[in-house]
Design a protein around this ligand. Structure first.
Ligand code: CA
Length: 230
């Protein structure tokens, strides 16, 4: 079934370029260039994904995203022209699922669209099929359990998993994770977080294998940070 992607973008050339790439990837495309038209269109047409520019005439992307979330779980990718704005956008908790910064490679954006739709699709199947189980955190043992299986974690891995999974679907930047995990104001770089997350994901994969579960518990949002799957 062909999926529909709504492109909300007021730069016609960019909108057309994106539309070309996404059409080639077999998506149906609709373009809106004015913020005021978006909410009604989404209500009426129920697209499968929305690419939402932040700076728009009529109504800005932030406001649109908030309003969409009052009635829809449609995946939203926010597009901003300022890389330094991404942290602020995440902090606002608008309910967007991913963020990209201009200029971006259309090819990469297509990959992100596809991944996001796949993740959302996987979520629906899980709900209708066998329950995939839940991760259970054991604070005393500093371990994580899935079904009958358990694995020990390091303290940092445990804390990362605790913070992320306390807010499923919420994107945490590296700085946000550092703030929440290192209370002693040690100087920690984003790379340190990346490396702990990498090890944590290897352990969770191992746990999946042991428990016979297939699920990406932690998803990295390219250039932005991490989130736990819903
Ligand atoms: Ca714009």
């Amino acid at each position: 079934m062909t999926q529909t992607v709504l492109i909300v973008e007021d730069e016609p050339k960019l909108a057309e370029l994106l539309a070309d790439y996404l059409r080639q990837a077999q998506y149906r495309i609709h373009i809106i260039d004015n913020g005021l038209e978006v909410v009604d269109w989404v209500k009426a047409e129920r697209p499968d994904l929305v690419l939402l520019d932040v700076m728009l005439p009529g109504m800005d992307g932030l406001e649109i995203c908030r309003e969409l979330r009052t009635f829809s779980n449609v995946p939203v990718i926010m597009v901003t022209a300022k890389v330094e704005e991404i942290d602020r956008l995440i902090g606002l908790e608008l309910g967007a699922d991913d963020y990209v910064c201009k200029p971006f490679s259309p090819r990469e954006l297509v990959i992100r669209v596809r991944n996001l739709l796949r993740r959302m699709g996987a979520g629906t199947q899980e709900n209708s099929g066998d329950a995939p189980g839940r991760l259970r955190l054991n604070q005393d043992a500093i371990s994580v359990q899935l079904g009958e299986q358990a694995l020990s974690l390091t303290k940092i891995e445990f804390e990362l998993l605790r913070v992320l999974s306390a807010h499923p679907g919420k994107i945490f930047s590296r700085d946000m994770l550092i703030d929440r995990i290192y209370s002693d104001h040690r100087i920690v770089s984003g790379r340190t977080i990346d490396s702990h997350i990498k090890k944590l994901r290897v352990k969770l994969e191992r746990l999946n294998e042991l428990a016979g579960v297939e699920k990406d518990w932690i998803v990295s949002i390219y250039g932005v940070g991490y989130k736990a799957e819903r």
